[in-house]
Design a protein around this ligand. Sequence first.
Ligand code: 6PG
Length: 250
Amino acid sequence: MSGAAQIRTLTTPQELFAAAAEEVIRATTEAVAQSGRFTIALSGGSTPRSMFNLLATNAKSTLPWDSMFFFWGDERHVPPSDPQSNYRMANEAMLSKVPVPAGNIFRIPTENPDAVAAAAAYEETLRKFFAVGPKEIPRFDLILLGMGPDGHTASLFPGTAALQEKSRLVIANWVEKMKTSRLTLTLPVLNAARCVAFLVSGSDKAPALHEVLEGTAPPDQYPAKLVSPTDGKLLWLIDRAAASELSGAR
Ligand code: 6PG
C-alpha cells in the first residue's frame, strides 16, 4: 500500500483541522471494524490542538473511545503538568473531555529525570501493549505528525543521533540547539505505521515544506523527508499558507 504521498491542500487552518479530524474518524472506524481496536500516536506542538478540540466537541458521542488507545509520537522532557507537555495539551484539548478509559492512555513517563530511562520504559510499554518481541516493530493504525520550520518531525531534529536509530522504538534525543533531551518514537516505528498523517499549517513552514516535498537537500537536514511508511499510507494535510512555496502552489 506504500507509494506516493497523498497531499491535500486546504484553504484555511480551520478546514485543515476539520480534514484531520475526519481522517482520525475514518481511521478509527476502519481499524475497529478490522481488529476491534484503534491505536494512535499523537503529535505535539500547537497545530493539533484545534483538531483535538473538534474531536472532543463533534465526535464525543460517536467515536468508540473505549476501543481507542492513545500514545505519543514525542514529548518534551518535562512533567505532565508542565505547560510545555504534549500530554497536557492533548489532555486539556480532548482526552479529559471524552469517555476514554484512563487505561487506554499511555503517556511518555517524562517525570523521570533520567530521559534515557524514560525512553526505555516507554519502549517496554509499547512492546508489552503491541506484544512485539525484541526484534519486532509495533504497527500503529495512525501516527499524527507535525513539522517544524527546520523540517524536524516528532522530536527527530536535523543532524541529531536519533536519525540513525535502527532498532530501538523510543529514544532520548539530545537537541543541542535546545540544550535538552526530547523523547521520541524512532523512524522504524514511524515507517511501520498503517497510516502517517502530517498536519502542517502556516507560512513559516512553507520553505521547509517545499524542501521536504520537492527539494534535493539531504534527508538528515530535513528529517520529515525520512518518513515513508514501508507498507502504509502517507498523507500530508497542509493549508494554503504552508503550501505557498510548492510548485504550482497545489
Ligand atoms: C513537539 C512536536 C513537534 C511539532 C513541530 C510543529 O513536541 O514540538 O511534536 O514535532 O509537531 O514542532 O510544532 P507546531 O505545531 O507548534 O508548529
